[in-house]
Design a protein around this ligand. Structure first.
Ligand code: PMP
Length: 433
């Protein structure tokens, strides 16, 4: 398809994420993607600073993931998971149980992050229903939190600064504690957790679970908070008999320098959601994990089953690619990662981003620069003019998608030092202009 026809069809019929159809944000036609580069239809090549919203950790068009997909296609692309089981899905549940913190032992597979969150919320509710504590149906979430765009997930997103204000009147009414104040690396004092603790204690009788994004609050502000905050949340949840749901959809699979962000605090949630990087960004797939205790309780209660069953759960193609992606991540010392395996590689990206982005601190309009793992954030004092900034980045040969006051990098893990330097140099040049 020619570029002008593509753009004409897009303008006439397509609807992009978080966008209007009248006077829409410009879109850039991409022809193919290879490694850390997106190639536009006019031949321009852009270094990808976004990993397509956290998920393309091994880069695009990876031979190992392609091979896994092709091999699986020969056997079966899809079969229903009701009443059937298969090796790709069992390979995946075994890997997820082995790699996530104990005692997460049961895996419910599904097809997108938001759905994994819906499932987590329903599991928590059904758990208390099964125990006869029918009043425990609400959730305590954090301000600046983000958990997806479906209905119940929207209800636990920040209701004030969040994206779903419009629906707030008809959403389930949840409780919200302040966003964690202490930054990553800092201690968490009694005062820092006091309001959370108070809300939990007062409302424990009606709370099914606390839900939060561990360590990194993503779409709600790209903030990195203290691991000790999480440790304290875990202890308070135990004390007040409230489940803890860790939404690791963005942070899972190494992005923060640990395989799962909960590991920074050495805690295990009762329920964990995974998505995004699960398939290395190849196919839509997600998972909700829980403990045997939660699963057994739900199964012993009324109606004796967990009431959820997405058509595409356990999709063999997605599972086969996820297995290959996880194996690829965990292999030590492979060529693109150098010595020391994936963790050393994330350390390399982190220090390169830190060095590269630090000069942005001195630019007018910049409020803060922060880096954690393979995430680099420049927070501006005022919201940025998205269209103009995006065009300038593209002119610099870089793909970044700012939102609000945030301009941030979350590149594929296979990104090379020279490419990281280009991303950081472009950030400085564009923000200076
Ligand atoms: N939770 C978190 C923490 C996320 O970052 C996202 C995606 N931005 C979601 C849930 C929703 O995932 P999906 O877009 O796959 O529905």
């Amino acid at each position: 398809m020619q570029e002008d026809q593509l753009l004409e069809l897009d303008a006439r019929h397509a609807w992009h994420p978080y966008s209007a159809t009248q006077n829409p944000d410009p879109v850039y036609p991409v022809r193919r993607a290879q490694g850390c580069e997106l190639e536009l239809t006019d031949g321009r090549r852009l270094i990808d600073g976004m990993a397509s919203w956290w998920c393309v950790i091994h880069g695009y068009n990876h031979p190992r993931l392609n091979a896994a997909a092709k091999a699986q296609l020969e056997d079966m692309a899809h079969v229903m998971f009701g009443g059937l089981t298969h090796a790709p899905a069992m390979g995946l549940v075994e890997r997820l149980v082995r790699l996530t913190p104990a005692p997460l032992e049961r895996v419910f597979l599904c097809d997108s992050g938001s759905v994994a969150v819906e499932i987590a919320l329903k599991m928590a509710m059904q758990y208390w229903q099964a125990r006869g504590e029918t009043g425990k149906t609400r959730f305590l979430a954090l301000r600046r939190g983000y958990h997806g765009d479906t209905y119940h997930a929207m209800s636990v997103c920040d209701p004030v600064t969040g994206m779903h204000r419009l629906f707030s009147g008809s959403l389930p009414r949840q409780l919200f504690a302040p966003a964690p104040a202490p930054a990553f690396g800092q201690p968490c004092t009694d005062a820092d957790i006091a309001e959370f603790a108070q809300l939990l204690e007062t409302h424990a009788h009606e709370l099914a679970a606390v839900i939060l994004e561990p360590i990194v609050q993503g779409a709600g502000g790209m903030r990195f908070y203290a691991a000790e905050y999480l440790t304290r949340v875990r202890a308070l949840c135990d004390q007040h008999r409230v489940l803890l749901i860790a939404d690791e959809i963005a942070t899972g699979f190494g992005r923060t320098g640990r395989l799962f962000a909960c590991e920074h605090a050495g805690i295990s949630p009762d329920i964990m959601t995974l998505g995004k990087a699960l398939t290395g960004g190849y196919l839509t797939s997600a998972a909700t994990l829980t403990t045997e205790a939660v699963a057994e309780t739900i199964s012993a209660g009324d109606p004796g089953v967990f009431m959820h069953g997405p058509t595409f759960m356990g999709n063999p193609l997605a599972c086969a690619i996820a297995n290959a992606s996880i194996d690829l991540l965990l292999e030590d010392g492979r060529e693109s990662k150098g010595e020391g395996g994936w963790q050393a590689n994330i350390g390399r990206i982190e220090s390169r981003l830190r060095t590269g982005l630090t000069p942005c601190r001195d630019l007018p309009g910049v409020a803060e620069v922060r880096v954690l793992g393979a995430i680099g954030v420049v927070e501006m004092r005022e919201p940025v003019a998205m269209r103009a900034i995006q065009r300038r980045f593209v002119d610099q040969g870089v793909w970044v998608r700012p939102f609000g006051r945030l301009v941030y990098l979350m590149p594929p893990f296979v990104i090379q030092d020279a490419e990281l330097d280009c991303l950081c140099a472009a950030m400085h040049a564009v923000l200076a202009a």
